[in-house]
Design a protein around this ligand. Structure first.
Ligand code: IVH
Length: 668
């Protein structure tokens, strides 16, 4: 065979394989037996081996995985990848509908989709060719995982029309593939993945695409990033258009004329979801009309035209075997329940935070108790209550120690706080947590430096404080377990690269009390240099709209502290950038969604006193009032919320659970 013939043959095989692949992986309706597909694929692989000039980044042979990478490139999302507001009950759904009806005056209909529990991805096609695929990352910047995504057989390498388009969806691992993968891992004595979602995420973050290729990942696409201005009138049309292009969309999607139909749809999946071959953790409800979507717009984090209903948490009973203590970044000592391992909503739960001593007393928790456990929002394990009737007298009372479990200095309870704190600034546990915070995504975002590695660095006394990170020695790192030449090089490069971060990342990373990621950005935008911020007086700070008394005091006292001042000098000497680079407006930089809002607090908040919650809201530009009226914008409802909540529901006021409030307060 000469090159010309080979080229013709390769073309032929590619077009056949793409067609077979589309029917098999996208439409779930195979045209030919598997063996025939495999045989054609082998033929093409052979041909490309013999005539390497035929190799192409868009040949179906890339499905078996291209060459490994050193690291993932960063990708900026011009259109931010946002998240969704949550609904947990029928009432929440009705409140969502009321908010929509108030803002939109013509009839509204909804599209309901399964909320796929996987990893969000953005796929870019140029003239119909798959150009790039990226993770969500922080919503503004993700990672380029194109070579891994090319191994996902249901992601077409070519669309059926030569359009340039960015689509978004969820990559997931089917339940059965997950079970098989964990079985193989168990046999090999390797660590298991906790759930299919982690398995999918872990597979897509492998630098070797061959590993991803073996993981049997799948995708459902649910949005066109820039659907407005394409002549489409509705989300339903956008989904059909994607399908026409050869993209895989979820077949269970339903068009509902009103909220009652939405609620019926939600209820119909409550049990049925267990029968699906992939995991779904809820239902996403989207306003169908794109014009109405545009009118409704977005909050800082999510579209107002959509919400995610989360299926109720599953409750299980297990034994509380012990209570351990951990020391956080700010010295707070938190008790954690050690539980007999139990499956809850798809993952194994072994521990749950008990938050503080008061809560242990309040819930009357003893060591050895049978307890009811659930996962809040299907994510965070929580001890709901004790089954006291099952006690046999062997249960032991928990006594909170008087000394810090990490450094032994006396614990104190600050006025108005439930927490016990270690106030020793040299406490090694606090330093370790401070470092974990410093490298985290919204702070310095140092890849390859997770919690485990930091713990390892501490254990081997390679770091004590933040500045030590920038003095790490390659030879010392190479001596550590599981640290090869390549990972050490990558790590040192990532640490070095972080020196160039814009100022807001460093400000947030320093962990100044009450200064969240959003406030850090505001401070950086306003003062532009660390020096200017350091010299700012309380009044200078208060002159900024978003900064309240509490934060201003905290910032001033942080910089007054000689140790902090020395740390900043050392970081400067190590070459860290201390100026604001001005990345322009992004999803993360918009002001708080509490800004200018009238807020009512009701019920018991677990993590805030009323006073703290009020100050936090004010700090973010909101106003707190005592009673619910038609002027109320948001109600933050804690445990045992009563008549105020009912009234807010009647009036269609936006309802936040404590978790959402915490997220906002943290500026995430
Ligand atoms: S729409 C503007 N539809 O849920 C946000 N999201 O918090 C558009 N997800 O990160 C998201 N299934 O990864 C949408 N049918 C679906 C979804 C879905 C899963 C994920 C998505 C997003 C998260 C929302």
């Amino acid at each position: 065979m000469d090159v010309k013939e080979a080229e013709k043959k390769a073309e032929e095989l590619r077009s056949i394989l793409e067609k077979y692949g589309h029917y098999y992986y996208v439409l779930d309706a195979p045209l030919v037996p598997d063996a025939e597909y495999d045989q054609k694929m082998q033929e093409l692989i052979q041909l490309e081996e013999t005539f390497p000039q035929l190799k192409s980044s868009h040949s179906p042979t890339v499905r078996i995985g291209g060459p490994p990478l050193d690291a993932f490139e960063k990708v900026r999302h011009d259109i931010p990848m946002m998240s969704l507001s949550n609904a947990f009950s029928e009432d929440d759904l009705r409140a969502f509908d009321r908010r929509i009806q108030q803002a939109v005056h013509d009839p509204v209909s909804y599209i309901c989709e399964l909320k796929i529990d996987g990893l969000a991805v953005a796929l870019t096609y140029e003239n119909g060719r798959f150009l790039r695929g990226a993770t969500r990352g922080d919503g503004t910047t993700g990672e380029d995982i194109t070579s891994n995504l090319k191994t996902v057989r249901s992601i077409p390498l070519h669309l059926r029309e030569p359009v340039s388009i960015e689509v978004r969806g969820e990559v997931f691992m089917p339940k059965q593939s997950f079970a098989r993968l964990n079985e193989a891992k168990e046999n090999a004595g390797e660590m298991l993945f906790a759930n299919p979602r982690n398995a999918a995420a872990g597979s897509l973050r492998q630098l070797d695409p061959k590993v991803a290729a073996e993981r049997n990942l799948d995708v459902f696409l649910y949005a066109i990033a820039d659907d407005k201005g394409r002549g489409l009138a509705s989300h339903k049309e956008a989904l059909s258009f994607m399908k026409e292009l050869g993209l895989k969309t979820n077949p269970e999607t339903k068009h509902c004329e009103n909220i009652d139909e939405v609620i019926d749809y939600v209820n119909s999946w409550m049990e049925k979801r267990q029968d699906l071959h992939y995991e779904t953790d809820g239902i996403v409800i989207k306003v169908n009309s794109l014009r109405q979507q545009q009118d409704l717009g977005y909050t800082a984090k999510s579209p107002r035209w959509a919400t995610a209903y989360k299926f109720p948490a599953e409750e299980v009973v297990t034994t509380l075997e012990g209570i351990t203590l951990s020391v956080g970044r700010t010295g707070v000592v938190t008790p954690t329940a050690q539980l007999r391992a139990v499956q809850v909503a798809g993952t194994t739960v072994r521990r749950a935070s008990l938050h503080n001593e008061d809560l242990i007393r309040e819930k009357d928790i003893k060591i050895g108790d049978q307890v009811v456990v659930k996962k809040a929002g299907d994510i965070i394990p929580e001890v709901v209550r004790v089954l006291t009737e099952l006690r046999d007298g062997s249960e032991a009372e928990f006594v909170m120690p008087e000394e810090c479990p990490a450094c032994g200095s006396g614990l104190v309870r600050l006025e108005g706080e439930v927490a016990l704190r270690c106030v020793n600034p040299q406490c090694p546990a606090q330093m370790q947590e401070a470092l974990i915070h410093f490298v985290s995504r919204d702070a310095m975002n140092i890849d390859g430096l997770g919690e485990k590695v930091i713990q390892q660095l501490f254990r081997h006394h390679l770091v004590g404080g933040i500045d030590d990170l920038y003095k790490l020695d390659k030879e010392e790192l190479l001596k550590l377990e599981r640290m090869g030449e390549k990972s050490v090089n990558n790590l040192l490069e990532a640490i070095d690269a972080s020196k160039e971060n814009s100022l807001e990342k460093l400000i947030f990373g320093l962990g100044i009390r009450f200064v969240g990621a959003k406030a850090a950005r505001t401070l950086a935008e306003h003062f532009e240099t660390m020096d200017a911020l350091r010299c700012a007086s309380r009044e200078d700070l208060l002159a900024i709209f978003e900064i309240g008394d509490k934060m201003a005091d905290s910032i001033v006292s942080f910089f007054e502290n000689q140790e902090a001042a020395d740390l900043i000098d050392r970081l400067l000497a190590l070459g860290l950038n201390m100026t604001y680079k001005g990345f322009g407006k992004t999803a993360g930089s918009t002001t708080s969604s509490l800004n200018g809002k009238t807020v009512v607090l009701t019920g018991t908040l677990e993590n805030f006193s009323r006073k703290d919650a009020k100050e936090t809201i004010e700090m973010l530009g909101g106003k707190v009032t005592g009673s619910v009226s038609k002027n109320t914008d948001i109600i933050v409802a804690g445990k045992e919320a009563g008549s105020k909540l009912t009234k807010a529901q009647e009036l269609g006021v936006e309802i936040w659970e404590e978790a959402q409030f915490i997220e906002e307060a943290n500026g995430s």
